[in-house]
Design a protein around this ligand. Structure first.
Ligand code: PGA
Length: 255
């Protein structure tokens, strides 16, 4: 189930990085609704590269529905282990079997509700790379951390074990900055607030020689606010939750 390379036209204003828009379906969907959503995405040829990260049971459906299209797919989590007695876990080689190109690691819902540590997130990113997947490493501060002036320090702490994997690994990743207070709340970071953090992430990446990778913004992204976010020099695309469940809205974000 190999995926076709996509036409890539939209690039970041200054960095020449291809714009990337990834949908995070979270725990939504069913076979019938997914079929309609995937069919609506399939003929699309938006300016940005687009992908969907679907629940595990629907990977086969996504693979079949999107085969031969420009849309790629992935999962929302992965085990740090390649195989073994880990009941309930799904490994990176298994995701690869289903044609995944991407896997989200360290989404704030996994960090906060499933106790994932910064080190575990880095281990998962490493496992993804070993199987030939691109990990989308999610980072973001809570509202209390932002209000305490700690946003950038928190991001740096979350990134530290990932950066410790070294430039060769990090150059094959994507980072997604998702302020926890903006996820599913309808409250988006302003383009300037997001850019400030993206620039800090870029600086940290530059510090190890990996400054050229894509940094996505996530948190209540919709068609109405995407263009202003994408106009920022260090915002290379979006990780989209709720708006990714509506084909037309998702495609307008990527247009
Ligand atoms: P949201 O979710 O777009 O619904 O805010 C984004 C995410 O959690 O990835």
């Amino acid at each position: 189930m190999n995926q076709t390379n996509v036409n890539q036209t939209a690039t970041n204003a200054t960095g020449g990085r291809t714009r990337l828009v990834i949908g995070n379906w979270k725990m939504h969907g069913n076979l019938a609704d997914n079929a309609a959503l995937l069919a609506a995405l399939r003929p699309a040829n938006p300016a940005a590269r687009i992908a969907v990260c679907v629940p595990f049971p629907y990977l086969a459906q996504a693979a079949q529905a999107l085969a031969g299209s420009t849309v790629t797919w992935g999962a929302q989590d992965v085990s740090a282990h390649s195989h073994g007695a880990y009941t309930g876990e799904v490994s990176a080689p298994m995701l690869k079997d289903f044609g995944c190109a991407w896997v989200l690691v360290g989404h704030s819902e996994r960090r906060s509700m499933h106790g994932e540590s910064d080190q575990l997130v880095a281990d998962k990113a490493k496992a993804a790379l070993a199987a030939g997947l691109t990990p989308v490493v999610c980072v973001g501060e809570s509202l209390a951390e932002r209000d305490a002036g700690q946003a950038i320090a928190v991001i740096q702490r979350q990134l530290a074990p990932v950066l410790a994997l070294g430039a060769q690994s990090v150059c094959q990743m994507v980072i997604a900055y998702e302020p926890v207070w903006a996820i599913g709340t309808g409250r988006t970071a302003t383009p300037e607030q997001a850019q400030e953090v993206h620039a800090a992430i870029r600086a940290a990446l530059d510090g190890i020689g990996a400054g050229g990778i894509q940094i996505l913004y996530g948190g209540s992204v919709k068609a109405a606010n995407a263009a202003s976010l994408f106009s920022m020099p260090d915002i290379d695309g979006a990780l989209v939750g709720g708006a990714a469940l509506v084909a037309d809205e998702f495609l307008r974000i990527a247009a």
